[in-house]
Ligand binder design. Structure first.
Ligand code: PFF
Length: 459
């Protein structure tokens, strides 16, 4: 089959960075940093990226580029008749599964961009922001329509193909995202009282660091780098033979971490400016759609032009970040159905989109008409969110590192990362050590922790 490649190296980096930079950078990382000792958390996070995240990223790149196949095909080729082929299939379905709820939130970012643009938050009392959000997500229609619109954008890019779809979109959207992040961070840091926010984010507080901190940093690093399922493997299957894999992994990780830290510079100065307790801002949806609209109004002047600009740009930024990640999730499944079942790209993309629309609608409606359906006290949306974040992704990362560390031929590994001897690989032994031991042990600790066993053993 004739496969497309990315046309330029920059395009490849921006596409992979687009996958990594997503909602996780903005709505989780800054708050986790704030709550876990500021600079100490950032240092631990960076160590997790270097020693745990990058080896897996390089391995996923290698598996994709070596096979030039969709993720299921890639693991099948490399497992040579063994059982490891399951890993690829599970990766594909994990990505597809994540997209169902991730795109629902993508729809929320569009709605909030619209509300900001029409200045709908003018004159709203602080306590009313949670009603606005709850009424919105509880409405049977409005969130669905925004979700469908978000999927329409994603679908459109995917149907255009690798170069004129994904690569082109990344080359437009990622620079746009960088400019908005820098503009917002600079504006926020110039607010009166902002320095306390910067200090809160960056001053190391060792007293807040414990095993939980390390575990949170690790989980966040994996999610933020889009590891553990097929995204980076699929994108790397469009890399050409001269792409330096380790260097690309460094570029992607640096971009992802910089954006996450800059998001902290947007959020905390604004929070401190209005004298709000940073521990009260919440995390995830409640931070993003309840606390922050209020914070921005008060910090920049209620209903003022500046607050309209700032808040519209902030939600548009979230939208762009979510869109580029959603495109990468969609591509994993599209590449799979087109290559494994011989469909045309447009039919394959349509199948993926329709499935996401069906399950995503259930996720969306689980805040309203379907809120009475719960599993283990979670609504459908949270089942999707928790199952993927807490179980499927960490397991995916663990098995990928076991596969790359133990099963893949070491000579093949070295040949690929050195581009057949063209590039030096002084880090090779450390990389293999990390894949074989460090990562599997670290993730096992996360699972022990989730089962509550960690506390019992290391009390
Ligand atoms: N890395 C994205 C974020 O930080 O929001 C989310 C994500 C995308 C996770 C793709 C996993 C994935 F495969």
């Amino acid at each position: 089959m004739n496969r497309e490649n990315f046309g330029t190296r920059l395009g490849a980096i921006l596409a992979a960075a687009g996958s990594a930079v997503g909602l996780g950078n903005v709505w989780r990382f800054p708050i986790e940093t704030g709550q876990n000792g500021g600079a100490v958390f950032i240092i631990i996070y960076i160590l997790c990226i270097i020693f745990l995240g990058m080896p897996v990223m390089i391995s996923e790149f290698l598996i994709g580029r070596y096979t030039h196949s969709n993720t299921a095909g890639a693991y099948r080729i490399l497992s040579k008749g063994g059982q490891w082929h399951w890993l690829g299939k599970i990766g594909v379905y994990t990505g597809w599964f994540i997209l169902c709820y991730y795109a629902v939130v993508g729809g929320w970012t569009l709605h909030y961009t619209y509300l900001s643009l029409i200045n709908a938050f003018d004159d709203v009392k602080a306590a009313e922001f949670s009603n606005i959000f709850n009424d919105f997500v509880g409405n049977p229609w409005i969130p669905l329509l925004w979700f469908y619109l978000f999927m329409l954008f994603t679908h459109y890019v995917i149907t255009r193909g690798v170069q004129s779809g994904i690569e082109r979109a990344s080359k437009i959207l990622m620079p746009t995202l960088f400019i908005i992040v820098i503009f917002l961070a600079v504006s926020a840091v110039m607010l009166p009282g902002a320095s306390a926010g910067v200090e809160f984010l960056l001053s190391p507080d060792w007293s807040k660091v414990d095993s939980k901190t390390v575990i949170e940093a690790m989980g966040q690093a994996f999610f933020s780098l889009s590891l553990g399922m097929g995204c980076l493997c699929t994108y790397a299957s469009y890399f050409d033979e001269s792409t330096p894999l380790a260097k690309t992994a460094v570029h992607v990780s640096v971009i992802d971490t910089m954006i996450a830290i800059l998001a902290g510079f947007i959020i905390f100065p604004s929070v401190f400016n209005i004298g709000m307790n940073p521990n009260d801002v919440g995390v995830g949806a409640s931070l993003t759609f309840i606390s922050l609209p209020n914070v921005f109004q008060q910090a920049l002047g209620e209903g003022s032009l500046m607050s309209v600009i700032f808040s519209s740009l902030f939600y548009f930024l979230l939208f762009v970040a979510a869109l580029t990640s959603a495109i990468s999730l969609h591509e994993v499944a599209t590449a799979y159905v087109t290559e494994e079942f011989g469909m045309t790209r447009s039919k394959g993309a349509m199948l993926v989109t329709v499935v996401v629309l069906v399950f995503g609608s259930l996720c969306s409606l689980s805040f309203g008409p379907l809120s009475n359906i719960t599993i283990l006290n979670r609504n459908i949306f949270s089942v999707f969110d928790d199952l993927s974040g807490m179980i499927l992704l960490p397991l995916g990362v663990m098995f990928i590192s076991l596969f790359a560390g133990w099963r893949l031929d070491k000579e093949l590994y070295r040949e690929e990362i050195s581009n057949h001897g063209d590039l030096p690989t002084p880090y090779f032994r450390l990389l293999i050590f990390s894949l074989r031991f460090l990562i599997p042990i670290a993730i096992s600790l996360v699972f022990l922790d989730q089962l509550g066993l960690f506390k019992a053993i290391f009390k």
